[in-house]
Design a binder for this molecule. Structure first.
Ligand code: FAD
Length: 284
């Protein structure tokens, strides 16, 4: 398919991108790696009147130590997130999950900012960022910034807290200490496919058992979701509680039925994967 006609401009800074965006009006879109937006345009699910290309803004690509968190520029490619030694030490679930996205070509073009801003509930990083309680730095006209927590960021299917004249400029992920075990399990039929269901687990170990757990679900509803019933059942529990807690994984979810799996199969899968992810997190 061929996209509908659009105007195209390359931005050389955040300021420049925001002024182009404001000038083009609400039908314009930012183009980062283009690996979600261009397919949507080819299918004519998206018909932006103008594209502002932010893929060459070097200042948007960085991974830096922010003290108790790691600052990741929105334009950082999945490949660089995956290979980052800082993230590998300080927040390994993020670098690990980035390495499971698509194939090498997708990971060399797609960005963490594009993945978050796209708001696709089937994408891998959003559930990870939600489980972590990441923060999103959004920049608006005049380069004023505001910071939104992960629980308020993903507002609906393909919708986020980013306004039409704003852009995501940074993602902040908290460092996970030595007492926090982690796992991201992605179930798909072929290695490079999207998750049929994915589970991100962060488990705080305490006295040989579980202190607290944070569980994120991929492709189990209209947005990435937290498995709150599982988290409540695991708080302060022993390892023997994992099976019963995992059985609650689909509580409050609305998984899709599609050519890959029925909603019922996804509910079943969520329970299996949550149990395995919590076990794996306790071992990490
Ligand atoms: P783009 O496609 O450029 O943009 C996506 C949306 O975000 C657009 O609406 C755009 O306007 C907006 N946007 C981009 N950057 C910003 C910003 N800084 N501020 C505000 N809005 C912004 N993803 C997975 O999670 N798992 C997979 O297994 C997976 N497999 C894939 C396989 C294939 C074959 C392809 C083509 C893609 C796959 N993806 C997968 C998607 C991939 O991760 C995308 O790169 C990512 O979802 C979007 O990032 P992008 O930089 O390409 O964004």
């Amino acid at each position: 398919m061929i996209p509908a006609e659009f105007t195209y401009e390359v931005a050389d800074s955040v300021d420049h991108a925001l002024s182009l965006l404001a000038g083009f009006g609400p039908d314009a879109k930012l183009l980062a790696g283009g690996h979600s937006l261009i397919p949507m345009m080819k299918l004519r699910f998206a018909r932006p009147s103008a594209l502002v290309d932010i893929g060459r803004i070097a200042s948007l690509s960085y991974i830096e130590d922010g003290g108790d968190h790691v600052r990741i520029g929105a334009g950082t490619r999945h490949h660089d997130v995956h290979r980052s030694s800082l993230l590998g030490e300080a927040c390994p679930i993020v670098s690990y999950a980035a390495g499971l996205i698509g194939d090498p070509q997708v990971r060399h073009k797609g960005t963490i900012g594009g993945s978050a801003a796209h708001g696709d509930p089937a994408s891998d990083l959003p559930a990870v960022l939600l489980a972590l309680g990441a923060e999103f730095v959004i920049t608006g006209e005049g380069t004023a910034t505001r910071t939104v927590g992960a629980s308020e960021f993903f507002t609906g299917p393909f919708q986020t807290a980013i306004g039409p004249a704003e852009m995501l400029t940074e993602v902040r992920v908290p460092k996970t200490g030595a007492s926090t075990g982690w796992s991201y399990l992605k179930f798909n039929r072929r290695a490079q496919d999207w998750a049929i269901v994915g589970v991100a687990a962060l488990v705080e170990r305490s006295n040989g058992g579980i202190g607290s757990a944070r569980i994120g679900l991929t492709n189990m509803g209209l947005t990435p979701l937290r498995a709150s019933s599982v988290e409540a059942a695991l708080a302060g529990a022993g390892r023997d509680a994992i099976g019963a807690a995992a059985a609650l994984a689909a509580d409050g979810t609305t998984p899709p039925s599609d050519t890959n799996a029925s909603a019922d199969f996804r509910r079943h899968l969520a329970g299996v994967l949550v149990g395995r992810a919590v076990e794996e997190a306790l071992g990490h």
